[in-house]
Structures are given as structure tokens and as C-alpha cells.
Design a protein around this ligand. Structure first.
Ligand code: C2E
Ligand code: MG
Ligand code: MG
Length: 660
């Protein structure tokens, strides 16, 4: 019996489940048949049948069961590790940075310490520190250099023993101001090791540790020089540098302050005080002598000034005195004393100077109650004292102001006269005394105003000088005179008066050259007269101008010689060709011995300087003869010919020429 067992899929499945194996199957080929697990069944054909199945894998199940857990755990571990690493890296970076910062801050600390040390050494200040009891616990080494004291002996001592304040304890005041963030610096004093009293400026700050004040530290600067300089500036701002008297600023303050309380019963008197002839002294003897005069005068004035009064210098020889007195008589008594003081000779080196002064007085509140007005009115009164002949005092009166107004009107009238050509020239002949020949003429300005009044040059020339109109007048005179003199014939000259004021500004040389060029008059036939009784403000500039004029070929003459102060200095300094003896010397000449010796002296002096001499104001034959006897070269005066209009002068000229 043959059993054929056909392994159908169902049979195989049943076999599998009987054998407890999974998915039994017939091996597909030889190589598959060799793989375990397998079961070999013999077959009739001899070729065994190989049954293959899937072996059971119990571990895999376990693996599938545990795997998610493991994965999750691994993930969690990975995340944690990542965080830990990141944190560690972050911390490493931070600590690196911290380290770097530490290095930097250590370097900065070292720098700052070095800076502090250098500053503490280089600064003029010294640094101090005190404990809460005020005892010094630190002093920088600069302390020794500034004060001369050693540091050690001072440590432990009280700050107030080192630095003092006239009114309070410095430590107490530091404690009082302790709450202030920055304490205000205080002035203090200390003694240097050499015993010198020095002034310091103390700056301080509280030292607070754990919220508690444990002391103070700060600096002290030595401000002695600054304080001295400040005091000096303060003094200079209110005093005149040269004389030490009050200056304009202090005067202003004084007047403003005192005028508030002034009454008619208790008035104050303002005196404008001016030295007569101060300028010539300055110009002749130099500024050193000028300064001596101002200083001595200031001292004398100051000695006569009482409490509640003031002496001020406004500049030059201009002084203001403020006096208190019960009456005008009392003021005059004081003025007499001032005058006596000024009259005392001033000795400077080998010079003895005799001075006088003019004073203008105004009373507050009667005349005015404002400082500016008082000074202006005192100045008007001073002007009056000067024109009344100087060496006196004059009380201000209201008609002086109206006089001033009339002066203003006069200035206006001069301007109009220049515009309307209202001036004319008269010529006064000048003769050679020995030969009695007409040498030339002096041009003298004449002005007939709109009221047909003749106004003498003495009245308007000084005013024109004051108001800057003189140059315009001179230009007119120069042009007119040069034109008029052109036909007088060689070598007759015309002499023109030039004001010393015109030597202050350049341009005179050009103006004269212009007049000569326009008129065609040779320069050698023009003479310029410059008065001696007024001196030049700037002698160097005047000299330069004179040299320019001389270079043109113009002659220069000193006019009114013998009246001024600077006679000899003038002749020595400036390049004059001639001098004219002032007519005042002719009054008593030749009768008075004194006048005679003065005139003879001037003639001798002129000769010594090789100057041509002209006598002015010859009114008598006796004068003429005496001058001839003294070998005076030229002369002019009423006896020889009065100033006359051009036509009359020309007629005389013709007559003389015909006679010749
Ligand atoms: P000065 O230059 O000394 O002129 C001479 C003055 O004496 C003239 O007065 C003249 O008239 C006067 N005089 C001449 N001979 C006699 C005399 O024998 N006896 C007396 N008693 N007097 C005599 P004037 O014309 O009144 O001039 C006065 C002054 O005015 C001049 O003095 C001169 O300094 C100035 N002056 C005149 N004209 C001008 C001018 O054009 N320009 C300038 N800057 N000043 C002038
Ligand atoms: Mg003259
Ligand atoms: Mg004269």
C-alpha cells in the first residue's frame, strides 16, 4: 500500500501547527533547501523533500517591546546631555569673559592708580584724608612739597591744627555739610614750614562705608597767589594805577552812593582840579618827571582829603575832589589849602618845578544831583577858571552853561563861514630892520560875521582847534596866502600861522605841498609860524611832520617865543629856521632893564641856534632902534605897518619897489 501524502498548503499549515512552527513551506530551490531550520522528508524519487519554516524569534518580541522605551530614554538622555553641554559651554564662555574682564579691570585699576599717583604728584593740590574724629590719616607726598612740612608728624593730628578758618572749625563745618553730595570748597589758612601764612582752598567729600560715614577726604590747593592777584585786580579796577587815587569807577560809585543821602543842609562839593601847564612839563622833561609831578600832586591832594571825602584821578592831570563842608567859605578855605599844596615846588632829580592848578567847583544837590551832570558842570567851571587866567578856583554858575551854548553857536558859525567863504586875509608887513626893506608879510585871518561884526582870531581859532575845524581853516588860509604872495616878487615870503593841533595828524605836509603846487608859489617863499606856548602831544610825530615840511623847502618859525614853557626844548628838538620874539616883551622894551635883558637874551639864544630873529609888536621908533642895536634881523608891528587888506599891502609893495 502506497500512501501518498500530498503536502497541500493546508496540510503544511496543519503540520506547522502540529510541530509548532510558523509558515512551513517547501524549499524553493537547492540553496533554500540548505538553510536551517528545515525538515527533510524522503520521497520515492529519492530526491528528499525539504520543508522550510520560519523559526520562532522570541527575543525580537522583547526587542519590539523594549525598543520604544529605549529610544525614548536615549532621546531624553541626548536632550539632557545637549542641555548640559550647552550650559557648560555657556558657563565656560561666561567665565572666559569674566576672566577677561577681570584682567581688563585689573589693568584699569593699575592704570587708574598710576593716574591718581601721577595726578597727585603733578597737581598743585595735596590730598588729605581724615577719620570721623577729624584726625589726619593720609597726606599725599605733594603736601611736603607745597607746605614744606613732613607728612609723618602730621598723621594722627587734627585737621583744624593744620588748616584754620577765621570764624569756624573746618572739621565741624565738614560734618555739618556732610549730607551735601559735593561739599562747597572753603577758603582756609595754613602756615608753611618756613612760617609763611598761605591761603588754601579746601575741597572735601565724605567717605561712606556700609552706609556709615567713616571720615572725609579731599584736596587743598594753595591759592595764595590767586587771592593776591584777585585783591590786586580788585584794587586796580577801583584805583588809578599810577597814583593809587580812586579811579573813574570808584568815583562813580562814591558819587552815586553819596548823592542818595545828600541834602541842601549837608551838601557835597565836586571840584574838577587840573594842573596848569602839565603838558609842557611832560613834553619837555619827559614822562618820568611827569609821573613824579602826578604822584606828588596826588599825595598832596590825598593828604588834604578827610573821611567821607574822595580824591580821584581821571587821567592825565585831571583830578576830581569830593569835599564836604558846611559853607562856601569853608570850601574856599579848603581850596586855598589845595592851592598852597600845589604851589610847593616839586623836586625831580635836578629839576625844580613850580606848579599852579585851576579848579571848578559845583555843589550837590544845589547845582545838580546826578554824577554825570555834576562832573560836566564842574568841568565847565574849570574851563572858566582856565580862561580867567588859571591858578584859581571858580564856582559854577548857570550863565557859564549859556556861555557854552554860545560857544556851540560859534562853532556852527565857523562852519557856515567856511562854506560861504566869509573869511578874508590881512597882511602885516615884515621888514628887514637894518635895510628897512620889506621882507614879506604875515597872513592874519579876519572874519566879519553875518551881523557885520569883526571877530578876532583869538576868539575863534582856539574854538576851531577844539572842534577839529582848524585844518579846514588852515587849508583855506594856505591856499589864499600862497596865491596872493605869488606876485610879490622874489625873495618876499608869506608867513602863515599853523596851529600845533595840526601836528597831531599826518597830512599837513601833503596839504602844504598841495597849496604850493596849486598856487605855483616856490616853497622857499612860504614860512609857517608855530606857536611856542602850546606843546605837541606827540613830539615824535611833530618832528617827523616838520622834517617833511623842511624837505619841501618851507621855512619854519617859532611864534610868540618867550611866553611858553618849553622855549629851549623847542629849539633843541625841532628843526626851526627862525623865531619871533613875543610882542608881550615889547611892552616895556626898551625902558625896562628886565625886558631889555630878556630880549637881548632871546636874540643871543637865536643866534646860538643859528635862527633868524623877528621882533613882533614894534610900536615905537625907540623899540625899532634898540632892536637894530641888538642886531635883531626882522621886525613887524604897528609902527612898521598894521595888518592890512591885500590891495593895501600890494600898493605899499609897489610904492617900496618904486622907491627902490
Ligand atoms: P600872532 O601870530 O602872534 O599874530 C600877531 C598878532 O599881533 C596879530 O593879531 C596882529 O594883529 C597883532 N599885532 C601885530 N603887530 C602888533 C603891534 O604892534 N601891537 C599889538 N598890540 N599887536 C600887534 P591877530 O591878527 O589878532 O592874531 C592873533 C593871533 O591869532 C595870531 O597871533 C595868531 O596866533 C592867530 N592867528 C591869526 N591868523 C591865524 C591863522 O590864519 N591861522 C591860525 N592858526 N592862527 C592865526
Ligand atoms: Mg604869527
Ligand atoms: Mg606872534
Amino acid at each position: 500500500m502506497v500512501f501518498i501524502n500530498i503536502f497541500t498548503p493546508d496540510k503544511l499549515l496543519a503540520l506547522g501547527s502540529a510541530l509548532n512552527v510558523q509558515h512551513p513551506r517547501i524549499a524553493s530551490d537547492l540553496s533554500d533547501a540548505l538553510i536551517e531550520p528545515r525538515m527533510v522528508e524522503p520521497t520515492l524519487s529519492g530526491e528528499p523533500l525539504v520543508i522550510r519554516w520560519q523559526p520562532r524569534q522570541p527575543g525580537m518580541g522583547l526587542i519590539w517591546l523594549v525598543m520604544p522605551l529605549l529610544l525614548f530614554t536615549a532621546l531624553a538622555i541626548a536632550l539632557v546631555t545637549r542641555r548640559v553641554i550647552r550650559h557648560a559651554l555657556h558657563n565656560a564662555v561666561i567665565s572666559d569673559r569674566r576672566f577677561e574682564m577681570l584682567v581688563i579691570s585689573q589693568r584699569e585699576l593699575a592704570n587708574s592708580e598710576e593716574r591718581f599717583r601721577d595726578l597727585a604728584e603733578a597737581a598743585s593740590d595735596w590730598i588729605w584724608e581724615i577719620d570721623d574724629q577729624g584726625r589726619l590719616c593720609y597726606l599725599s607726598s605733594r603736601f611736603t612739597r607745597v607746605t614744606g612740612h613732613d607728612v609723618k608728624p602730621w598723621l594722627g593730628r587734627h585737621l583744624d591744627q593744620l588748616l584754620s578758618h577765621p570764624s569756624h572749625s573746618l572739621v565741624a563745618s565738614l560734618i555739618r555739610q556732610c549730607d551735601d553730595v559735593q561739599q562747597t570748597p572753603q577758603r582756609c589758612q595754613f602756615l608753611s614750614a618756613s612760617g609763611e601764612r598761605r591761603i588754601g582752598q579746601l575741597a572735601a567729600k565724605a567717605i561712606v562705608r556700609n552706609g556709615l560715614r567713616v571720615g572725609f577726604r579731599g584736596t587743598v590747593s594753595d591759592v595764595t597767589h590767586e587771592v593776591d592777584a584777585e585783591a590786586r585786580i580788585q584794587f586796580l579796577s577801583r584805583h588809578d594805577m599810577l597814583t593809587g587815587l580812586a579811579n573813574r569807577m570808584q568815583l562813580q560809585e562814591f558819587l552815586t552812593g553819596h548823592l542818595e543821602s545828600v541834602t541842601e543842609e549837608e551838601p557835597i562839593y565836586v571840584i574838577s582840579f587840573d594842573l596848569d601847564q602839565f603838558k609842557p612839563i611832560n613834553d619837555t622833561w619827559g614822562h618820568t618827571v611827569g609821573d613824579v609831578v602826578l604822584n606828588q600832586t596826588s599825595q598832596r591832594l590825598q593828604n588834604l582829603i578827610g573821611p567821607g571825602e574822595l580824591a580821584a584821578r581821571l587821567g592825565g592831570d585831571e583830578f576830581i575832589l569830593i569835599l564836604r563842608a558846611s559853607s562856601r567859605a569853608a570850601v574856599e578855605y579848603r581850596c586855598r589849602a589845595l592851592q598852597r599844596a600845589v604851589h610847593q615846588p616839586i623836586i625831580s632829580g635836578s629839576h625844580q618845578l613850580n606848579l599852579t592848578a585851576s579848579m571848578g567847583i559845583v555843589c550837590a544837590p544845589q547845582d545838580a544831583a546826578q554824577p554825570e551832570a555834576l562832573l560836566r558842570l564842574a568841568d565847565i567851571a574849570l574851563g572858566q577858571a582856565r580862561s580867567d587866567g588859571r591858578d584859581r578856583w571858580v564856582w559854577y554858575s548857570t550863565d557859564m552853561a549859556s556861555h557854552l551854548q554860545s560857544k556851540r553857536d560859534m562853532v556852527q558859525a565857523i562852519e557856515d563861514a567856511l562854506r560861504t567863504d566869509a573869511f578874508t586875509l590881512h597882511y602885516q608887513p615884515r621888514y628887514q630892520l637894518q635895510s628897512r626893506q620889506l621882507a614879506g608879510a604875515e597872513a592874519l585871518i579876519r572874519w566879519q560875521n553875518s551881523d557885520d561884526q569883526w571877530i578876532t582870531p583869538d576868539r575863534f581859532i582856539p574854538l576851531a582847534e577844539e572842534n577839529g575845524l582848524i585844518a579846514a581853516i588852515s587849508d583855506w588860509v594856505l591856499m589864499r596866502a600862497c596865491h596872493d604872495a605869488r606876485d610879490w616878487g622874489e625873495p618876499r615870503y608869506v608867513s602863515v600861522n599853523i596851529s600845533p593841533v595840526e601836528f597831531r595828524h599826518p597830512g599837513l605836509v601833503e596839504r602844504v605841498a598841495h597849496a604850493l603846487a596849486q598856487s605855483g608859489l616856490p616853497a622857499t617863499r612860504l614860512e609857517l609860524e608855530i606857536t611856542e606856548n602850546v606843546t605837541f602831544e606827540d613830539p615824535d610825530r611833530a618832528l617827523e611832520i616838520m622834517q617833511g615840511l623842511r624837505a619841501l623847502g618851507v621855512r619854519l618859525t617859532v611864534d610868540d617865543f618867550g611866553t611858553g614853557y618849553a622855549a629851549l626844548g623847542y629849539l633843541k628838538t625841532f628843526p626851526f629856521n627862525g623865531l619871533k620874539i613875543d610882542r608881550s616883551w615889547m611892552k616895556e622894551f626898551p625902558e625896562s632893564k628886565q625886558a631889555q635883558s630878556v630880549v637881548a637874551g632871546i636874540v643871543g639864544l637865536a643866534r646860538a641856534f643859528a635862527l633868524t630873529i623877528t621882533a613882533e609888536g614894534i610900536e615905537t621908533e625907540a623899540q625899532l632902534n634898540e632892536l637894530k642895536a641888538l642886531s635883531c634881523e626882522e621886525g613887524q608891528g604897528y609902527f612898521l605897518g598894521r595888518p592890512m587888506p591885500l590891495s593895501t599891502f600890494n600898493a605899499r609893495l609897489h610904492q617900496e619897489q618904486n622907491q627902490a
